[in-house]
Ligand binder design. Structure first.
Ligand code: EPU
Length: 417
């Protein structure tokens, strides 16, 4: 049976906890190493299932990877294979991040189409349209995207929607293209900026990362680099909500407050007391949160990756709240599980109406995706009695020892095999 977490609810969390490094910055950074023959040394790399999957993937493409603690050195002297196999891509959609680097460096890539996933259809049409603009020939063969180009050529690309990994893929590809590329409607997420910074350290010429227009002057080759991955704003946010929901007093350190602005503003609206430091946030939970409406949107808006966790908090608020999910069409999988713990939530398409209840009751619940799992753990922390969260492998994909961090703050959680 896959591992599960058993949580005895009702402890107010107290103490200080460090945010780990960002999964969603580490994954593209590992893919970026494919762009150079020289070693790319990443420090502060989180030890997560998804990171291990990405390491396995770049190894199958020819990378020599050495991992020592939080440091990962990746060297791709030559690309040995251009195939990202279905077995890996189907377990992790972010595998598609090797597409741009492979075409740019090697001239060809065959990447399995990711297909559906728990939170929606998630096509990669924008990645493909962008690469085609850069001159790649794209075909779909037996479930694989096959992309070819002798040398990519800079172009003006306007994506139809804001896509995080799409922006990263195109930026990486354009780094080795001939001439200038402009990406309009680019994602502004801190993880995009982090990859741009790594690429610049490798010798790329990139301007405007963090704005909606990124300009890339292609160079013939890239060098090695040493780069520290940014803190995980979603893990940090999850820990902040853990402090708030348990009426605790928690300081989350090693984070970048500017990456958390929308979340902190929303928590403030909910009556959560926050003290924002230079690289930390101290949170004190109110007796009962106030309700507030939430609409997810691309950065700097409220992140979809925090929607489930904040809904868990709103489920206990005094009043009615509306949560609108605009990024993914099927990201309310936690609702039915929260209902099993006593939450009163109705959904209609992309909208959830939450009528706050005074308390949750512990129950057996099932994780369905990464952030939904985190939401259920948060509910378990504050519920009366015992909550068993099964299928925690979803959680392990993106949180580094979350239960150990929570236990260090006083939570009663045990992992059972
Ligand atoms: N979309 C398209 N076509 C595309 C690309 C995206 O229609 O070619 C749609 C998606 O289906 C979605 C929306 O555009 O409805 C935004 O998707 P985006 O491409 O931005 O998502 P992503 O790059 O696949 C990253 C994170 C997700 C995070 C989203 C949104 C990584 C590895 N993943 O995904 O993280 O939710 O951005 O911020 O960076 C997570 O960590 O739990 C997670 C799911």
């Amino acid at each position: 049976m896959p591992a599960r977490l058993e949580i005895e609810g009702g402890v107010s969390l107290r103490g200080s906890v460090r945010a780990s490094a960002a999964k969603n910055a580490a994954l593209p950074a590992l893919a970026a190493a494919l762009l150079s023959a020289k070693p790319v040394r990443l420090t502060n790399v989180p030890d997560l299932v998804d990171v291990r999957t990405m390491i396995r993937l770049v190894e199958t493409l020819g990378a020599a990877v050495r991992r020592e603690g939080e440091e990962v050195v990746t060297r791709v002297e030559r690309v040995a294979s251009d195939v990202a196999p279905y077995e890996l891509v189907s377990t992790m959609r972010a595998s598609v991040l090797v597409l741009g680097p492979l075409v740019a460096r090697h001239g060809s890539a065959r990447v399995a189409l990711p297909g559906g996933c728990a939170i929606g259809v998630r096509p990669i049409d924008q990645h493909l349209k962008g690469l085609a603009r850069l001159g790649a020939e794209i075909a779909i063969e037996s479930g694989y995207v096959v992309a070819r180009a002798s040398r990519l050529k800079g172009a003006r690309i306007a994506t139809d929607l804001v896509t995080v990994t799409g922006t990263e893929n195109l930026m990486m590809a354009a780094a080795l293209a001939e001439g200038t590329t402009v990406i309009e409607n680019a994602a502004r997420e801190p993880e995009v900026v982090d990859v741009a910074n790594l690429l610049v350290e490798m010798g790329a010429r990139i301007d405007g990362a963090g704005t909606a227009r990124i300009t890339i002057e292609g160079v013939p080759e890239l060098d090695g680099a040493t780069h520290r991955i940014i803190p995980d704003r979603i893990e940090a946010g999850t820990l902040i909500v853990a402090g708030a929901i348990t009426r605790g007093e928690v300081t989350v350190t090693d984070l970048v407050p500017d990456h958390l602005t929308a979340l902190l503003a929303k928590l403030d609206e909910c009556g959560v007391l926050l003290e924002v430091g230079h690289d930390s946030v101290r949170v004190r939970g109110p007796e009962r949160p106030r309700s507030a409406d939430v609409t997810t949107s691309p950065f700097p808006g409220f992140p979809t990756d925090m929607q489930a966790q904040v809904m868990t908090l709103l489920g206990l608020a005094d009043g009615q709240a509306r949560v609108t999910e605009t990024i993914f069409e099927n990201r309310f999988m936690h609702v039915a599980e929260l209902a099993r713990m006593g939450a009163r939530i109705d959904t209609d398409g992309a909208i959830a109406i939450i009528r706050g209840v005074p308390r949750y009751q512990g129950a057996p619940v099932m994780a369905s995706d990464l952030r939904a799992s985190a939401a259920l753990v948060l509910a378990g922390l504050v519920a009366q009695g015992r909550t068993t969260v099964s299928r925690v492998y979803h959680l392990d994909r993106g949180y580094e020892r979350l239960e150990e961090k929570l236990v260090a703050l006083g939570a009663r959680i045990e992992r059972r095999p």
